[in-house]
Structures are given as C-alpha cells and as structure tokens.
Design a protein around this ligand. Sequence first.
Ligand code: SAM
Length: 222
Amino acid sequence: MAKLYLVPTPIGNLEDMTLRAIRILKEVHLILAEDTRTSGKLLRHFDIETPMQSHHMHNEHKTVNTLVNRIQKGETMALISDAGTPAISDPGFLLVRACIAEDIPIECLPGPTAFVPALVKSGLPSDKFVFEGFLPPKKGRQTRLQLLAEETRTLIFYESPYKLVKTLSDVVTYFGADRPVSVSRELTKIYEETIRGTAEEVLQYYSEHSPKGEIVIVIGGK
Ligand code: SAM
C-alpha cells in the first residue's frame, strides 16, 4: 500500500542528512517540497532525481484532498520542508491529519530539527519542556507571554533575528530579569553560537551584537 513519509532535512549542515532520508527520497514517486528551488539544491547534492511538487502554507488547504486521493491510488509521497522536520513550525500537519482520517500509513523519519540541539545544549532542564514555536507578533502576544510566565517547564521558542531583541526585552518584562535564558544561533553551521545567562544579560549581549541568522530561544521554567 502507498504511504506518506515525513522526511527531515538538514538545518544547515548537509552532513546531517541521514542515509535513510536519501534512500526514501530516491524511492518515492513524488516529493512534496515547501520551496522547490531550495529543496532542488539539496536533492541535486544527493543525486536525488525524484519529481517534486510544491506544498506550502499557501496551497496546502487546497491540495491536501488531491494528494490523499493520489496516495490512495498508489503513489507513495515524501514531504520535506525547507529545513528540519516537516510539521514542526512548517507545513505538514494538515496532510498528516488527512492521511490518518483515510487510514493511509504514515512514517516520520527521525532527523534534524532545531529545537532539540538548542534545548540539549542550553544546560536548562530537558526532562520536561514546552515547545512554543514562534510567538504571535502582535495579536495575542501579551496574553501568551503572561500565561507562559507561570510555566514551570523549560520553554522553547523559534525567533527571527529582527525580533530577537524585542522578544528578549519582553522576556525581561514578563518573566523577570533573572530568568535563565539560552539563545542558540546558526545551529550546525560554521558560525554556530550559544549565549547563556540571565534574561537581562542575554538581552544586553544582543543589544550590543546585532544578531544574524536563525535563532532558538530556550528559557528556564518558573
Ligand atoms: N521545521 C524546522 C525544524 O524542524 O526545526 C523549523 C522551521 S521554522 C520555519 C524556521 C525556524 O527554525 C527559524 O526561524 C529558527 O527559529 C529555527 N531554526 C531553523 N534552523 C535553525 C538553525 N540552524 N539554528 C537555529 N535555529 C534554527
């Protein structure tokens, strides 16, 4: 029976592509990619010649049913995103849910995702944690921050470099200046950096060193 594979891809370092990910991407009938140009480079690097079709947040609502029908008719597909694990702050959830509803088998390969290395190297408790993805930019942001300030488990957020300083100053305001924070930037890449300290210290650091690249913020629980 045809199935859907969810295949993680590197978050920076191409050596993190697993052998199984390469094999599955070569074997499936179709690769669903968030951005076919970005993924095209990855696929060429690994000599993967499988046809690709775009599947992103702007078309997934429309295409899910067609894709489910095609899998039911025998096409095995693999979903990849621009980087990391599909459905983790990326498209994927809708397709997974639709496949489950139709009893289509699903396999998710283990592989790269940014929040796990950021959590593990933060030095903050990793036995219990909450992954929050991106904070709402405006509407609902304050309510979310007020609620999360009471959370006792370690908190993980994705953030863009342009909003890091604003978010860290919100962390100082809502969580307190002494809350332990770890910011990991450019994980697995040449300029990988992790800055640890109190919320106030990390805010101070990034106010003086304008951040670039991709960022995960890890915050100690209350
Ligand atoms: N699906 C991805 C995953 O499994 O981690 C996440 C996709 S989300 C659209 C992109 C965000 O992930 C970035 O804005 C950043 O917060 C985080 N991220 C991705 N790659 C990263 C890296 N190499 N270092 C730090 N953060 C990263």
